[in-house]
Design a protein around this ligand. Structure first.
Ligand SMILES: *Cc1c(COP(=O)(O)O)cnc(C)c1O
Ligand SMILES: *[C@@H]1O[C@H](CO)[C@@H](O)[C@H](O)[C@H]1NC(C)=O
Ligand SMILES: *[C@@H]1O[C@H](CO)[C@@H](O)[C@H](O)[C@H]1NC(C)=O
Ligand SMILES: *[C@@H]1O[C@H](CO)[C@@H](O)[C@H](O)[C@H]1NC(C)=O
Length: 537
């Protein structure tokens, strides 16, 4: 959800309830949208001058929860809420389907009767490629584009071209492609100090790698330990792909606060991150893996974001804890080649400490009238061109290239971190381990107002919640823009202190409200509506 709310805030909702800083009116309207939460809150507490409270205690939350239930039962309230949610959704739809800088080309709603000419297609593609106003090339966007440099893009495009019609579902037709896929897995295993017996598969991305690892451990637990009600333990900072996997497969996900880990008999796996998405912090993998080992359960290390940075930290001269197959108890690792491996998007590797786990991951169906069928991952047919692109990126960059990119990008994070630490209104969260640094603001300054001020300056920082914070995932593009970032942060803070009404903008209102709400239903409605809007013409 945080990613989606990011997008929402990027659109700076211009709904009338968010437009002007008129405290009473704003509160009245939001009260209607959000089950009267804001109103109840303002009775009990004075609202901080820079914005909404950043966090709310669980006790306050349960009290609010009670009041909101009463409030919701008042006749007519649900109707008002629904119409307000509808209004916000219409606004979002408009911003998505008619963005600033939209190329003036007709929408293609149905197949053209007679196909377009090549010139026309090229013209439309060029215009659409330039739609939008976020200048990612300037290095102001957190993560998102893991650019390996102009020359590498040229090379991977050629590789993609050569395998333009290939499909790895048919290794007999494309034996050379199969070989490259196996080599990608082998090269990645080697980086993670895999034992002789280890193995892996390629997938379409981090999410699929994680879903596959959950499936493998789940099958193992079901087949060998008769587990019918599987649980999984992970820190709250684990990537939301684990929530997705658990929702898909009916696994109970036990999210534990950072620092306190517990074991349970029918837990099928523990998961930890090296590094986690929100704060770029590495979990204590050795400690978690030890618990897993002692309980005879699996231990997954999410190195999707750590990808081709973490294995090169030592060689690049940085200190790093143990996170790979050298740690006893680690049974699987996911690593995104399409992040800091600089492969084209749609590429990741999931690795296992032994072949049995990989077998449990596979899907096999021997009774299909269409023939005996087996496929390693979720997809059936797959784009072989992406494997060729990934292979070309990995082999052309090589160890020396990745060590240099690790030095540069982690160096960029360290510079930014030092800059943030020098600003007395900001606090870095935890101990950043590689390329990501997260920070929050010191009360009464609202971190989401800083996000809005930074967005206005062209930055695309990521919004976090629980606790409210922002982060930047450094990439090759952010190398060299560190001073500009720190400078803009200082100016944003100055501006907010001088104009506290900044809180009327998108992120401040959206996240301020969303995190304080005792009930997430309206936020979920808006978020689903956002996804619907993506498929509107
Ligand atoms: C990006 C990421 C993932 C999921 O990757 P996708 O490629 O977006 O599916 C998983 N874990 C972490 C820590 C990530 O940063
Ligand atoms: C696409 O594939 C065909 C058939 O293999 C090949 O002849 C052609 O050169 C490829 N295109 C590019 C751009 O490489
Ligand atoms: C699982 O169930 C089967 C069949 O009911 C039984 O034979 C087996 O011993 C059980 N295994 C474990 C580990 O409980
Ligand atoms: C596992 O734990 C759940 C509770 O989360 C329990 O209901 C279930 O019976 C337990 N045992 C097995 C074998 O799944």
């Amino acid at each position: 959800m945080s990613k989606i709310l990011d997008k929402l805030s990027g659109f700076n909702l211009n709904h009338d309830s968010f437009a002007r800083y008129d405290k009473m009116r704003l509160f009245g309207q939001i009260m209607a949208i959000y089950y009267g939460f804001a109103c109840i809150y303002s009775f009990g507490k004075s609202v901080s001058i820079y914005g909404f409270p950043q966090t709310i205690s669980s006790i306050t939350n349960s009290v609010l929860s009670f009041y909101f239930k009463v409030f919701k039962s008042i006749p007519g309230v649900q109707g008002i809420i629904n119409s307000k949610v509808d209004g916000i959704l219409k606004e979002i739809e408009l911003k998505i389907t008619d963005p600033e800088g939209k190329a003036g080309i007709e929408d293609v709603i149905a197949l053209p009767q007679i196909g377009f000419s090549e010139e026309k297609i090229m013209e439309i593609l060029q215009k659409r490629a330039n739609e939008g106003k976020i200048d990612w090339e300037s290095g102001k966007v957190s993560g998102a584009i893991y650019h390996g440099g102009a020359d590498l893009v040229k090379l991977t495009n050629k590789a993609i071209g050569i395998f333009n019609i290939s499909n790895p579902l048919h290794p007999d037709v494309f034996p050379g492609l199969r070989r490259m896929e196996a080599e990608i897995v082998s090269m990645t295993l080697n980086l993670f100090n895999a034992p002789k017996d280890a193995c892996g598969v390629t997938t379409s991305g981090g999410t699929e790698s994680i879903i596959m690892a959950v499936r493998a451990h789940l099958q193992l637990a079901a087949k060998e330990r008769n587990v019918t009600h599987p649980n999984m333990i992970a820190p709250i900072t684990i990537h939301t792909a684990f929530n997705k996997a658990c929702e898909y497969f009916g696994v109970k996900l036990i999210l534990i606060p950072i620092d306190k880990y517990t074991g349970k008999v029918n837990v099928t796996a523990i998961a930890g991150s090296a590094v986690n998405y929100p704060h770029g912090v590495m979990d204590d993998i050795e400690q978690l893996a030890d618990i897993a080992k002692r309980n005879g359960i699996g231990m997954h290390v999410d190195c999707c974001l750590g990808s081709f940075i973490m294995p090169f930290m030592e060689d690049a001269g940085f200190k790093v804890g143990k996170f790979d197959f050298r740690v006893p108890g680690v049974t699987s690792i996911s690593c995104d080649t399409h992040k800091y491996g600089f492969a084209p998007k749609g590429s990741s590797v999931v690795m296992y400490s032994n072949k049995k786990l990989r077998h449990y991951q596979y899907f096999v169906c021997t009774k299909w009238p269409g023939g005996i069928y087996a496929s390693p991952t979720i997809a059936g047919s797959r784009p072989g061109s992406l494997i060729a692109g990934c292979w070309a990126a990995m082999t052309s960059i090589g160890k020396e290239g990745y060590i240099k990119s690790c030095k540069d990008i982690v160096g960029s994070r360290i510079k930014i971190q030092k800059g943030i630490e020098s600003i007395k209104e900001l606090r870095v969260i935890g101990e950043p381990a590689s390329t990501v640094v997260a920070f929050t603001s010191v009360s009464p300054l609202n971190i989401y107002s800083i996000q809005d001020a930074m967005t206005a300056r062209g930055w695309g920082l990521s919004t976090l919640q629980y606790p409210p914070a922002l982060h930047i995932a450094c990439t090759r593009l952010t190398v060299g823009v560190e001073d500009m970032l720190i400078n803009d942060l200082k100016e944003s803070i100055k501006e907010i202190k001088e104009n506290p009404e900044k809180l009327t903008e998108g992120t401040a209102v959206m996240y301020g409200m969303a995190s304080a709400l005792p009930d997430q239903a309206p936020v979920e409605d808006i978020t689903r509506g956002f996804l619907d809007a993506l498929f509107k013409i």
